[in-house]
Design a binder for this molecule. Structure first.
Ligand code: SAH
Ligand code: SF4
Length: 370
């Protein structure tokens, strides 16, 4: 049952709470003959106190709790494994979806910044990037908006209950999968995240990382949201990018940059170009000079991501000198550059290291790519 639209479901079947917008939920509660404030109470329990069990909602009368329990259910993935990094700053949750498919989500803490939740949107990924563990799995299926929301809810509950950090997190769609390959589930999830009665996470706190392509970035711009956009570029020539990101073969890097410029014009948000730096693949001075040429005058920045090892290939991170030189060449060309220090490598929770294989539908298993 992958549909996120519950409007066609017969009333006799309990609706998945996370498939409903806050407005739809309140409407359903009213149609059960319950007072309007009941809906608001439940929303507060779920999104403010992170309780997803009507029996625990102590300010609801017993008959109302059972009416709600008959009408709605909380379809949460089960947490099959919790892995914590040795510095305890990063936690990876392995989640089993209803059909046994497994995905991973990550909670990251920083000494000086807000916590960040790294979210998956697909089971696997069809883009096949050579350097990415998820890409080596292929795509099993899209996640529904309800599954994405339930995933975020679980990550946030973990952050509050287990890590005892009750701050508004930032969200990065940098887990498993390509958000724009799952426009239906992803766009609906975005709309629901924004709702004040629900998660109340403004678009400015959300980063979407995507390989493109240009048309899809333009569509994202048309949503009129203030999302932070990160475009996974990785190469300054069409041929190298086509090899590294096979799913985008045939897409000109110049067109991708044009689409990013359009995104900036439409939203006013500066775009980041992500560039996974891989030893002797795309880390030469020539690569840096070409990249500087491609992005000359672009109102955004480059985020260099030193390659995180995965076991399905022999790629290596760049030598520190090569990385420093690469950065310097971009800086000299007046391009803003940051270097991402990935967290959670020891539990394979860093960028590109998320990969899960299912042995059987009911027994998800992590493949350790280390
Ligand atoms: N599919 C989207 C979002 C998920 S990947 C995308 O590709 O943008 C999130 C980020 O991790 C991307 O920038 C991706 O290029 C990067 N990444 C993937 N594999 C990596 C690896 N092995 N080391 C470092 N970064 C990696
Ligand atoms: Fe998919 Fe992103 Fe990994 Fe590429 S880097 S395979 S697009 S998840």
């Amino acid at each position: 049952m992958n549909s996120v639209s519950s409007t066609s479901e017969p009333d006799s079947r309990p609706s998945d709470f996370f498939a409903l917008t806050a407005g739809e939920f309140r409407e359903r509660v009213r149609s059960l003959g319950l007072p309007a404030y009941r809906g608001e109470q439940v929303l507060a329990w779920v999104y403010k106190r992170f309780v997803a069990d009507f029996d625990e909602m102590s300010d609801l009368s017993k008959p109302d709790r059972s009416a709600l329990g008959a009408a709605f259910r909380f379809r949460l993935p089960s947490v099959s494994r919790v892995s914590r990094s040795s510095d305890r700053l990063t936690t990876k949750l392995l989640l089993a979806l209803d059909d046994g498919a497994a995905v991973e989500g990550v909670v990251m803490h920083h000494p000086r910044r807000r916590p960040t939740l790294c979210v998956s949107v697909q089971v696997g990924c069809a883009q096949g990037c050579l350097f990415c563990a998820t890409g080596s799995m292929g795509l099993s299926r899209n996640m529904t908006a309800a599954e994405i929301l339930a995933e975020i809810w679980l990550l946030r509950r973990h952050m509050i209950r287990e890590d005892k950090v009750d701050a508004v997190p930032t969200l990065v769609f940098m887990g498993m999968g390509e958000p724009l390959d799952n426009e239906e589930g992803f766009f609906r999830a975005l709309a629901m995240l924004n709702s004040q009665e629900g998660f109340g996470l403004g678009s400015r706190k959300i980063t979407v990382s995507t390989v493109g392509g240009p048309d899809r970035i333009r569509r994202l711009a048309e949503l009129g949201l203030q999302l932070q956009l990160a475009v996974s570029l990785h190469a300054a020539t069409d041929s190298l990018r086509g090899r590294l990101v096979p799913g985008q073969k045939g897409v000109a890097v110049a067109e991708l940059v044009d689409a990013a410029r359009y995104y900036f014009q439409k939203t006013g948000r500066e775009v980041t170009f992500e560039y996974v730096v891989i030893q002797r693949v795309n880390d030469s001075e020539e690569d840096a000079t070409r990249l500087a040429g491609l992005l000359r005058g672009f109102p955004g920045k480059v985020n260099l991501i030193p390659f995180n090892p995965v076991s399905h290939n022999a790629m290596k991170p760049p030598e520190p000198e090569a990385l420093a030189r690469f950065r310097e060449l971009l800086t000299r060309a007046s391009i803003k550059v940051t270097i991402r220090h990935s967290q959670g490598r020891d539990i394979n929770a860093a960028c590109g290291q998320l990969a899960v294989r299912e042995r059987q539908a009911s027994t998800p298993q992590v493949m350790r790519y280390a």
